[in-house]
Design a protein around this ligand. Structure first.
Ligand code: Q46
Ligand code: ZN
Ligand code: ZN
Length: 304
């Protein structure tokens, strides 16, 4: 098969829209699509300082790569979760990726902060639940302490569609109301704006783009991800996508149109300042400080 736009052999067959593309035209297509996503949802202004959270995996690596290519002012943050060899390897990949891009990389290690890694805490809380809480707090506080205008994460279309699908299955309207490609800055800037530039590209396209650009990334899954139900939802959506190309993107777009229905149900908890760290919290002490038993805030300010 040949590329739709030139004589070169096809590098990829896209299912929606259905077409064959050579490597060069696929790169162009992917970059144009991400650029359009950023513009459509008004994610970033050209002069904003953006912190990209890089895990070592493909999605965040591609996010950093493409934002740099599109001319954004980016720096990267890697959070080493302290999950044994998995975290050591992930950090190595994050370093390689940022070196190849020529972008500053900051590293925060959970084990250095608390003496324990994710998965080593004795708690009734599920591992992924406090892992998520910890990551979200650290990247937001890091961005706030260092004056970044936005945090970019690598969530792709498959992640978003499966997340919305699973939350609909459980009618978690509170979560649904808060989902989207952009979360604006709130609470006097203490909650930094969050953006997802890969919101409209599929996982398959991200893998192909990484391959086309020689981006190396960590392929192993986190040991705690095994058996996660989100993987099952992804499989169901992939099956539907195969039968009806466009299922995922239409699902997401439909959701964004109807999101106001969930927003109407939203009971916004009154936010106040956490007594320990001063960051937004629904209770007297925020869930991060409570979980890790902090007595003083962690200061991530870089002393350059
Ligand atoms: S939440 Fe859970 Fe992930 Fe944290 S413990 Fe591993 S699988 S890394 S995206
Ligand atoms: Zn071509
Ligand atoms: Zn706190």
């Amino acid at each position: 098969m040949r590329c739709k736009f030139c004589e070169k052999p096809a590098f990829i067959k896209l299912h929606y829209p259905k077409m064959y593309l050579c490597e060069e035209h696929f790169k162009e297509y992917f970059e144009r699509k991400v650029k359009r996503t950023i513009e459509r949802y008004k994610m970033l202004k050209p002069d904003e300082r953006v912190l990209v959270v890089v895990s070592g995996g493909k999605d965040s690596a591609v996010t950093a790569y493409i934002l740099k290519k599109l001319g954004y002012n980016i720096e990267c943050l890697h959070i080493n979760l302290g999950i044994g060899e998995y975290s050591e390897k992930s950090e190595e990949y994050a370093k390689k990726q940022c070196e190849a891009l020529g972008v500053p990389l900051h590293i925060v290690r959970v084990k250095e902060l608390f003496g324990k890694g994710i998965g080593e805490v004795r708690t009734r809380r599920p591992t992924c639940s406090y892992c998520g809480l910890t990551k979200r707090y650290i990247f937001n506080k890091f961005a706030y302490d260092n004056g970044f205008d936005a945090v970019a994460t690598g969530h792709n279309l498959d992640d978003e569609a499966s997340f919305i699908f699973s939350n609909m299955m459980h009618w978690n309207t509170q979560y649904l109301a808060k989902q989207g490609p952009v979360t604006p800055s709130q609470f006097n800037g203490k909650l930094v704006k969050k953006v997802k530039p890969l919101y409209e590209v599929t996982e398959r396209e991200v893998v192909a783009y990484a391959l086309a650009n020689g981006i190396e990334y960590m392929m192993e899954e986190c040991p705690h991800a095994v058996g996660a139900t989100t993987i099952e939802y992804k499989e169901i959506l992939n099956e539907m996508e195969e039968k009806r190309p466009g299922t995922k993107i239409n699902f997401i777009k439909g959701f964004l149109k109807k999101k106001h229905l969930f927003e109407a149900e939203l009971q916004e908890a009154e936010l106040r300042e956490c007594k320990v760290c001063g960051m937004p919290s629904s209770g007297e002490v925020c869930s991060f400080c409570r979980f890790w038993g902090l007595k003083e805030p962690i200061d991530f300010k870089l002393h350059l």
